[in-house]
Ligand binder design. Structure first.
Ligand SMILES: C[S@@+](CC[C@H](N)C(=O)[O-])C[C@H]1O[C@@H](n2cnc3c(N)ncnc32)[C@H](O)[C@@H]1O
Length: 257
């Protein structure tokens, strides 16, 4: 997908942060010069434009936008704070304060934020799509909120643009307490849904048995995989302990002895 980067209409100047973002996302920067986004897309034969905004980068794709927003994490942490509702991912991972959590599939970063809230420490989060990695990393960095219980976990996330297979291979054995995967489903949960921007940008590869083996070497306590409850993925990956959630999803857990 051909993408370009530009600035908002009101601000057409380069900052040090924008330069770092451009190095991360590795896309061409086109000065805005008062043009509309659709005119820029046409002129540069691009399918989308990333606009470098004060609150974080926003990718405009046809009628949709892709940017960092912590709404899902806010709802999950809020449910725990207000109603003491246990978070199913935290339960499946057995996470406690101080645990080192390796999130192998960043996406929009909701699971990473929830993990950072409960571990109260740094979370490493990997993303193989350079566009998702850069937009979410800088979105997290520039996101501003008065809600300290949301701001603090977001600030604890280290986003790394990496394929988790390559990253895992470079880690020492037992260097994280929990290694977590939430890969893309082969089919969207609702077939009628249009292809979301995340789905268009994401790495669609399924997990391999070799990846799970490497994760078991790197994890001290558990490897956890989120998948559809129905289907053969857990069986294919050799995961026997499966905790269904209230929806169509489940967490597969491998306890490391
Ligand atoms: C379903 S999303 C994750 C959602 C995330 N857990 C959240 O809370 O927002 C899966 C993400 O994993 C990424 N991904 C897939 N394969 C990967 C790989 N081999 N290494 C790193 N990231 C990968 C995809 O690009 C996608 O962004």
């Amino acid at each position: 997908m051909k993408l370009i980067v530009t600035s908002p209409l009101a601000a057409d100047s380069m900052s040090a942060e924008l330069e770092q973002f451009l190095a991360d996302i590795n896309l061409p920067y086109i000065p805005r010069r008062g043009k509309s986004l659709s005119a820029m897309m046409q002129e540069h034969n691009a399918e989308g434009v990333v606009v470098w905004k004060k609150g974080g980068p926003v990718l405009y794709l046809e009628n949709e936008q892709f940017f960092f927003h912590p709404n899902m994490a806010k709802i999950r942490i809020g449910a725990f704070r207000k109603q003491g509702q246990a978070d199913p991912m935290i339960k499946a991972c057995g996470l406690k304060a101080g645990d080192r959590f390796l999130d192998c599939t960043l996406g929009l970063g909701a699971d990473a934020i929830v993990a950072a809230y409960f571990t109260q420490t740094k979370v490493v989060s990997l993303e193989s799509s350079p566009v998702i990695a850069a937009i979410i990393k800088w979105g997290m960095r520039l996101y501003d909120t008065d809600i300290s219980w949301l701001r603090e976990p977001i600030s604890k996330i280290e986003v790394i643009h990496a394929d988790h297979n390559e990253f895992l291979a470079q880690q020492d054995s037992k260097s994280f307490d929990v290694v977590y995967f939430d890969p893309m489903f082969r089919q969207p949960l609702l077939k009628s849904q249009p292809l979301s921007p995340l789905r268009r940008l994401a790495d669609p590869r399924p997990l391999s048995v070799e990846t799970i083996k490497e994760a078991c070497r790197v994890a001290r306590s558990r490897v956890v995989v989120k998948e559809r409850y129905q289907g053969d993925e857990f069986k294919r990956l050799g995961i026997e302990t499966v905790y269904p959630t209230s929806g169509q999803l489940a967490y597969g857990v491998i306890n490391i002895c």
